[in-house]
Design a protein around this ligand. Sequence first.
Ligand code: 5GP
Ligand code: ZN
Length: 112
Amino acid sequence: MDCLFCRIIRGEIAAKKVYEDDQVFAFHDVNPQAPVHILIVPKKHFAGLPQAQAEDAEVIGHSHLVAAKLGRELGIDHGYRTVYNVGPDSGQSVFHLHLHLIGGRKMSWPPG
Ligand code: 5GP
Ligand code: ZN
């Protein structure tokens, strides 16, 4: 598969890995929007939330538990965002589901 994140998971493209288990691969975003900006990516390829199947419920929930664990370990528990960009109008640019974990600075609401 020619998918960028599948290639990162397979080690064909370098990334700064922060966590891996049997279900997900997590690495630093190459263009961070905050002091901490990590992408948590299911090892199974699917394009995004609209393409998720019932069998993907576990990895979607697990991704958030990994975000909470990394948030604790990285010391950003006082405030972070977990974000799925869904579809072109949201800014989604890589069509392999990924959860953004963004923190380490004060953030405004609503998001842009
Ligand atoms: P999206 O816009 O699809 O929600 O998020 C894609 C993210 O992937 C962006 O924040 C972008 O900076 C990041 N990204 C794109 N290409 C690479 C890459 O080659 N390596 C890493 N580590 N991040 C990437
Ligand atoms: Zn992929």
